[in-house]
Design a protein. Sequence first.
Length: 319
Amino acid sequence: MTQTSAFKTPEGEAAYLATYEAVMNLWPVPYEEIEIPTRFGITHVFVTGPKEGPPLVLLHGMSMTSAMWAPNIADFSKDYRVYAIDVMGQPGKSVPNYDDPIRDAADFVAWLSETLNGLNLARISLVGMSYGGWVALNFAMTAPERVHKLMLLSPGACFQPIVKQFMLRGMLMSMIPIRFTSDSFMGWMGIKDTPGDPVSRRLLDLFYLGVKHFRMPPETAFIMPAVFSDEELQVLHVPVLLLIGDGEVIYDAAKTLARARRLLTNFEGDLVPGSKHNMCGSHYQIVDARVLDFLNENRKSRERNEGSEDMLRERIQVK
């Protein structure tokens, strides 16, 4: 595997990594960083939370990096061992293998499988936001034996096509990677510089620098989230939580929720009031509470079952 810089220039790389570090300094919890070699490149992972906690894997939105979880990470890592992964081929600290990059949805499954193997994680709960939501759902449908629970937060496509305005704005930003086009694209989705919130400004800085300086493999850049068929969705039995802002702009939120509810066999879902695509940041209290309730529901049930089994064994031994 050929290892080269993932950035167009050394100056661009330095500016990007300095900004990334500045955002990570705003994480409210300590973390460690791990690099996992895969066929598709070196995957960068941020790890936090109790070592004995159940594994919870986070996949970020398009070009947002693991830094985007700053508002959520304290809640998520209280009881869970959290692995925030920089998605391969997207701007971030993961370094793509330009000789053998990710080329399609199947490659994303292979990449995430190799990454989980490198982390010694056999079965996980998986959270995906936006582009990461599409990657997560695609993985859960292909390798359901590895996913305990799936949480989709404003997922890209999956259930409804993404509107043309998203594509047009994204193309304009890619062709003219200046601050105006970057901030306009993000602002349309509700991701703005919020007074008194240093994370929001830093994330906008990081997003812009990633668009401007990161060398995304062209094969990966052309992979867009797709809508899954009825047949594909109906056979998924992994428990799924779907949360979408009621002001979502990349597709019709109500239609998306209705289709998921109709086709998924083990499903919970809601619209988050007053939010757009950025509900993980703007309404993180609601999102975090719903995600943790969904996770802990199974955990409590499992603990009750384990307790009942222990009591039954004790009774058998007494008799």
